[in-house]
Design a protein around this ligand. Structure first.
Ligand code: AP5
Ligand code: ZN
Length: 214
């Protein structure tokens, strides 16, 4: 299967991804995670992406399309994948269609994490991450056993640099202006499933499972 997860910052895309991946054996490609790794490693790509990311703006279409084009060549991604955080502009969606078209493939489902903006600040500012595994915690909604420490490895957790109330505002603006049109792009193709992303994580998981088994 070829799936896209789309939704505003903090809507739960990264939280649901590992569950979907384990259950449906897909490759998980998260452009945000890949860009953060490039920034941390100070690669040429990371250097170019950093400024936009720190401000909560989108990185250029060419850069992210390049990353996805490269990543989708992995053998584990040939039969199916979950795209988390891509495409985020209509241009990116068109490029993706072109890439898939060459292989005679297409997107099967777009999971739309629909949620009210008002809920997102609390989710974003309470988020803690274990960088090497991608495990995500929340101080209130899913706290680690020991504050600031990963349950599995005992390693320290970090907060994302863009997870402040001020940067969230720009990220939301980018979502409404540039990414919402992508949802319409796929609605016209009849592949969008709307989720109630404001519900607790387990209930969102059940909704995802229902959509994917139908
Ligand atoms: P990216 O990393 O994609 O960030 P984002 O879209 O802002 O999404 P988040 O990762 O913040 O949210 P999420 O939905 O994954 O939330 P999570 O599940 O962790 O992008 C970062 C930046 O990279 C962009 O701003 C841009 O600069 C650049 N970029 C990336 N892709 C790009 C592209 N294609 N084009 C151009 N630029 C690009 O959940 C959040 C918190 O809430 C967690 O603490 C979690 O525990 C908690 N939580 C989750 N679900 C629930 C629930 N149901 N109930 C209660 N709490 C919950
Ligand atoms: Zn995420």
């Amino acid at each position: 299967r070829r799936l896209i997860l789309i939704g505003p910052p903090g809507s739960g895309k990264g939280t649901q991804s590992p569950i979907i991946k384990d259950e449906y054996c897909l490759c998980h490609l998260a452009t945000g995670d890949m860009l953060r790794a490039a920034v941390a490693a100070k690669t040429p790509l990371g250097v170019k992406a950093k400024e936009a990311m720190d401000k909560g703006e989108l990185v250029s279409d060419d850069l992210v399309v390049g990353i996805i084009d490269e990543a989708m060549k992995k053998p584990s991604c040939q039969k199916g994948f979950i795209l988390d955080g891509f495409p985020r502009t209509v241009v990116q969606a068109q490029k993706l269609d072109e890439m898939l078209g060459k292989q005679g493939a297409k997107i099967d489902k777009v999971l739309n994490f629909a949620i009210d903006d008002a809920i997102l600040e609390e989710r974003i500012t309470g988020r803690w991450i274990h960088p090497s595994s991608g495990r995500t915690y929340h101080t209130k909604f899913s706290p680690p056993k020991v504050p600031g420490v990963d349950d599995v490895t005992g390693e320290p957790l970090i907060q994302r640099k863009d997870d402040t109330a001020a940067v969230l505002k720009s990220r939301l603006e980018a979502f409404h202006k540039q990414t919402e049109p992508v949802i319409d792009y796929y609605k016209n193709k009849g592949v969008v499933a709307d989720l109630h992303a404001e519900k607790p994580p387990k209930e969102v998981t059940s909704e995802v499972q229902k959509v994917l088994s139908s």
